[in-house]
Structures are given as C-alpha cells and as structure tokens.
Design a protein around this ligand. Structure first.
Ligand code: DSN
Length: 478
C-alpha cells in the first residue's frame, strides 16, 4: 500500500465532511496538528494506525447488531458477524484466551459486563435464574425483590484508588461502588509496592466474591499467580483489569506470573491504550463464564458498534505481527529511560521507578500539586495528567502526582535518548514553576507562576524533539 493512499483517504474524507459542516472538518484537521506538535505523555493514550482509524469511518456504523455472532436480534448482520468473529479470533489467539467478547464500548463497560457475569455465575439466586434474558418477562414483583436482595451487598476487594486502582473497581463515583460492598488493598508505605501478604490477610478477613487485580496508575508488574492463589484460598473469582498494560501482555513483555490471562477467571481491557487499537473494550474469560459474558448486550451494554469491532479486528491483527513485540519492549525501555532521567535530576518517583509503561512523579518534591504541575507542563507543550499518589494529602482533584506514560511517543519512534531529553524538559518546567497563593494569602492548590518565555522555549524544544518522528508521516492534509 502506498503512503499516497493514506493521504488520499483522509484528504478525501475531510473534503466530504467539509461540504456539510466545515467546522467539523476544521476541528479534525486542527486535532491532527495539535497531536503532531505536542509531547503526548498521557499513559492511557496512543496513536491508532491509519487502517484502524479508517475501519471506523464507514457504513458499519449504521448497523444494529444486538446479540452475538450468528444469533442476532436483527436481520442482515452477516457482515457484522464476519468482523466480530474476526476480532474475537484475533483476541483469543493473541492472548491465548478461551473466549473473547469484543462488544464493550469502553473499559468501564467491559468491567460492567464482567461484574454481571460473575454475579450471575456465582450468586446462588433462584430469582436470578429466572431473570436471564429469555425469561425476563416471566418475573413477578416478588421475584424482582428477591433478585435485588440476593444480588445486593456482594463483596469486592480491589486496589485502592490512591495506590493506583481504578474507579470501576468498587469506588463510589462509579456504579461498581454502589453494586458492591468494597474493600481495598493498598501498597506498602515504605516501598510503594503491593504487599501480597496484606492482600491475603484482607481477603481472609473480607471474603470477597471478586478479587480484582489491575490498575491505572501503578508503575510496577503485578504477580497474578499469587493473586490467583489468594483468590482461590477464599473462594473468590479472580478478575484482572489489564486496560493499561494489555499491549505489554500482547507483546509478550509480561509473561508467566505477570500475564493475567492464564491466571484470571476473567480479564477486561480497553483496546486503545498500550494495545493501540480503536477506543473500546473487550472481555476475555474462562469457558465457564462465556455464556454470561456474551449476555453483555443488552444486559448492561447498548447495541454493539460494528465499525469499532471492525477496527478492533484490524488493530488486533496488527498486534499479532512480530513487530508489535518489539514495540511493546520499547514502551518499557522508554519508560525506564524516562524514569532514570527524572531520578538522576532529582525527581521523586512512586516506587522509585517503573517496570511497565508508566511513571508516577510525586510533584510534592517540587513544592507543587498535581494540578499546578499538569497545567505548567501543558503551557510548555507537554501533555500529561495529574494523579493521586499513595496516601495523597491533596485528594483526587488537586493530587500530588503527575502520571506519564510512553505508549504514544514510542509509536512515533522516539527512543531512550529522547526520553532523557524529555526528562530534562519536564524537570526544567517543574523546577521553574512556583506554587501561587489565594487572594487572602493562603497557599493555592491550583495557582502557579511560570515564566511565559520559558514555557514557550520548552514548547519549541518539545516540538524540535518530535520533529524527526512525524506523526502519521504519510498523511498530508495541506
Ligand atoms: N481514563 C483511563 C486512564 O486514563 O487511565 C482509565 O479509565
């Protein structure tokens, strides 16, 4: 395929859009410019391939396809069946999973599908048995009351938010925190690492129905074999949310005890982070959960998005190519180079480093909150997000941390030398930023000062750093 084909495809698409609503075409073009010019260090973002992006922009978007492959609630789904079956096959082969469900629209949706599947599989509930889709109309009022009583108050044990766990692992701002009686395990205050003995102790005391492994801001490997043993010892279902590190599992950087798929009963993921696919979710599971997982739509999901499933099939096919393993290894090499560069310059990092794709800087070492640091970096052309650190005194809004990750810059081709330069840019911005004060003189958690000329200079240096590694080099919209 020629480079010219990619350029022609996107230019033509924009021409067609521009004829209807030019402001949308302009915004799409502006987004490409912004993404090309900024140093994207958001750990959960990436750049999907042109083939993946194009697979989403077509008439598959027009199809309803509730149900599963070969068993739909709508006629005319033969082509949707083709792409859904392909995406599931690629997912099973890539991860060595018994079953794959590729309909979830996001990671949150994938987790909801998993929670429902585990509840339906594990909770002894005559009312629930009746409530399965095919019999839902037969439920009496008494059945509904029984169903709520029998399913309610089940227990979930997951990683605490400030130690790097995710909102959907039983925390109040998410429905999982209302569905489940939740307790969390944190990390060792001295090392920042998961203390598996403490997890085992919490599991023994709490006796969860579901033990959740996985994180969105923990910079280390997790031993899933040990977590499975803990789950088994208390009769819990072991679920892993690998949304952040699915690309490292796919690329065989995380193997053995660190690969969740052979150890967990059920694994959820997004497809757009280190896996580098379209925005979306996916569930992998053991055979005994497959039937419940496949009820995801309409149980907790809206109609599947066939255009996104087509894009998942494309991206998963890409991840099965040998060069994806090289990409995954470079993600980790780059994160470690970035961590080392920051440490050498005096930054304080949670756990003192990383062995995955992300680094968590404790910016209290620079006298800043996460919010101040995030904005100062943004002023300087460096896109990151603030994040809590363990036992964070500033809470989840202001925070004391900055989370940075390397999947996106690694896709562009930046390597360890550029990571050291990136560390220099970050360190310069953070050392030159000063926390501000409120009108009454009290310290502000949001205000800061950073010399505008310095911010501009750093932004130019960031652009120079990116210049040899153009984003979507074949695409010229001019
Ligand atoms: N929003 C994702 C992240 O940034 O980690 C997780 O939901």
């Amino acid at each position: 395929m020629s480079h010219n084909a990619e350029s022609t495809a996107f230019r033509s698409a924009l021409e067609v859009i521009r004829a209807v609503e030019p402001r949308v075409a302009d915004a799409i073009g502006a987004e490409l410019t912004d993404q090309r010019e900024s140093l994207k260090l958001i750990a959960s973002e990436n750049y999907a391939s042109p083939a993946t992006l194009l697979a989403m922009g077509n008439w598959f978007s027009d199809k309803y396809a509730e149900g599963t492959v070969g068993r739909r609630f709508y006629a005319g789904c033969q082509n949707v069946d083709t792409v859904e079956a392909l995406a599931a096959e690629h997912a099973r082969e890539l991860f060595g999973a018994a079953h794959a469900y590729v309909q979830p629209h996001s990671g949150i949706d994938a987790n909801l599908v998993a929670f429902w599947a585990v509840l339906a599989d594990r909770v002894e509930s005559p009312a629930l048995k009746k409530a399965q889709v095919r019999q839902v109309n037969d439920l009496s009022e008494a059945d509904w009351f029984a169903l709520r009583r029998e399913l309610g108050n089940q227990r979930m044990l997951g990683m605490s938010l400030d130690a790097g766990g995710h909102l959907t692992h039983g925390f109040r701002p998410n429905i999982s925190g209302k569905m489940f009686d939740q307790r969390s395990y944190g990390t060792d205050p001295a090392t920042g690492l998961i203390d598996y003995d403490r997890v085992a102790e919490a599991a023994r005391e709490f006796k969860p129905l579901i033990l959740v492994g996985g994180y969105s801001a923990y910079p280390r490997k997790v031993n899933f074999r040990i977590l499975r043993e803990i789950a088994d010892s208390v009769g819990a279902t072991f679920m892993v949310d690998m949304a952040h590190f699915a690309g490292l599992v796919a690329g065989k950087v995380f193997t053995g005890d660190f690969d969740p798929v052979p150890h967990a009963h059920i694994v959820t993921t997004t497809t757009h982070k280190s896996l580098r696919g379209p925005r979306g979710g996916m569930v992998l599971c053991q055979p005994e959960l497959a039937d419940q997982v496949d009820r995801g739509c309409p149980m907790v999901l809206g109609g599947p998005l066939p255009h996104v499933m087509a894009a998942k099939a494309v991206a998963l096919a890409e991840a099965r190519r040998p060069d994806f393993a090289d990409y995954a290894q470079r993600i980790v090499d780059n994160a470690q180079a970035l961590a080392e560069g920051l440490l050498r310059r005096g930054a304080k990092l949670v756990t003192g480093g990383t062995d995955n794709h992300l680094v968590l800087i404790d910016v209290s070492g620079y006298g800043l909150t996460g919010r101040q640091a995030e904005q100062a970096l943004l002023d300087s052309g460096i896109v990151t997000n603030r994040n809590s650190v363990p036992q964070d005194p500033n809470g989840a809004w202001y925070t004391s941390g900055i989370r940075i990750g390397t999947p996106a810059l690694t896709t562009r081709g930046l390597g360890t030398a550029e990571m050291d330069q990136t560390a220099e840019l970050i360190h310069t911005v953070l050392t030159q930023t000063t926390a501000g004060a409120n009108a009454d003189g009290t310290p502000s958690k949001a205000k800061y000062t950073l010399d505008a000329d310095l911010a501009d200079k750093i932004a130019r240096q960031a652009t120079d750093l990116l210049a040899p590694y153009p984003l979507y080099p074949a695409i010229d919209l001019a």
